[in-house]
Design a protein. Structure first.
Length: 140
């Protein structure tokens, strides 16, 4: 198993099916377009974990400078393929992200998780990530 960064359109497209398990409203073409735009405008990166030639987990993330948390690696998305969960893939990918954050001199790794994703919350708690704030949103 190895973690890689998806840079080419082809690699981004290969990640789409796994990302759609977390973001089902975003179709494959829209995912590629958004990923390319975010990579260019926001320095967003897309990492994936591959096993046996198949992508089993993906994560979109970016580095931010925040008043509250300093230099922060913010995870926008982290998802393991549903049929491959509880096999250590999420832990491997999140561990890779944490090491990257250390290498890039970040003070923390931060993410938001939907209130309905209780299974993911248990995983984050096991990974040493407590709930430290609430995230509020108003759709426009």
């Amino acid at each position: 198993m190895s973690v890689k960064l998806a840079v080419s359109d082809a690699d981004i497209r290969r990640c789409a099916a796994v990302m759609q398990q977390l973001r089902p409203a975003i179709g494959e073409d829209e995912f590629v377009a958004r990923a390319k735009r975010q990579q260019a405008d926001e320095k967003w990166r897309l990492a994936y974990l591959e096993e046996g030639g198949e992508i089993v987990a993906v994560s979109g993330f970016r580095t931010l400078d925040c008043m509250a948390t300093g230099r922060t690696l913010y995870v926008d998305d982290l998802v393991t393929r549903e049929d491959r969960r509880s096999k250590g893939h999420g832990e491997t990918l999140l561990g890779w992200i944490e090491q990257l954050a250390r290498d890039e001199k970040c003070e923390c790794v931060r993410l938001d998780s939907g209130t309905h994703r209780t299974g993911a919350h248990k995983f984050y708690f096991r990974m040493g990530m407590p709930i430290v704030s609430f995230h509020f949103m108003k759709k426009l």
